[in-house]
Ligand binder design. Sequence first.
Ligand code: S3P
Length: 178
Amino acid sequence: MSVRRVVLIGFMGAGKTAVGRSLARRLNWDFVDVDDLVEERTGRSIAEIFRLEGEAAFRLKEAEAATDALLRAGVVVAMGGGWAAEAGRLEDLPEDTLSIWLRVSPEEAVRRTKRDGATRPLLQAPDPLGRAAELLSSRSAFYDRADVGVDTEGRSVDDVTTRILEILHEYEFEIGAE
Ligand code: S3P
């Protein structure tokens, strides 16, 4: 399989943005974070979009931004945590795309999202851990459709990046030209 695009999916706090940026650097590819793209295009933060327009409106903007990001080649795309949790999303990826599920436990997801300070509207609940556990269990079957899964628990961004590069070699993926 020739790979011209890597798509990172998984729950909030899985490290999609940090690993995506690091992987893109190591591959000498571009990096697109779909949440950032939505914020750039709308001039609003994700939290503002949820608050002012609602989740359904956010999902539409997210879907559009993701579709545009996937037109590119020589790119690592970090999706938002909810993007893959819809039927057909991974199945409809362009052919030369490797999808990777970055796995994280709900406990670690809550710890990391608190630490990195960005507001995740879906975790603004009286019991963030309960909410994260519930959401993750409803999404895992979708995430599991990715081509490969990589554990991130107790691993640094560098380690996870190295593991992904190893996988690319193990599977003899050919890194396609941009
Ligand atoms: C969401 C995840 C967030 C962001 C939005 C909704 C989700 O992205 O898209 O808050 O539904 O899991 P990250 O996974 O990058 O935090």
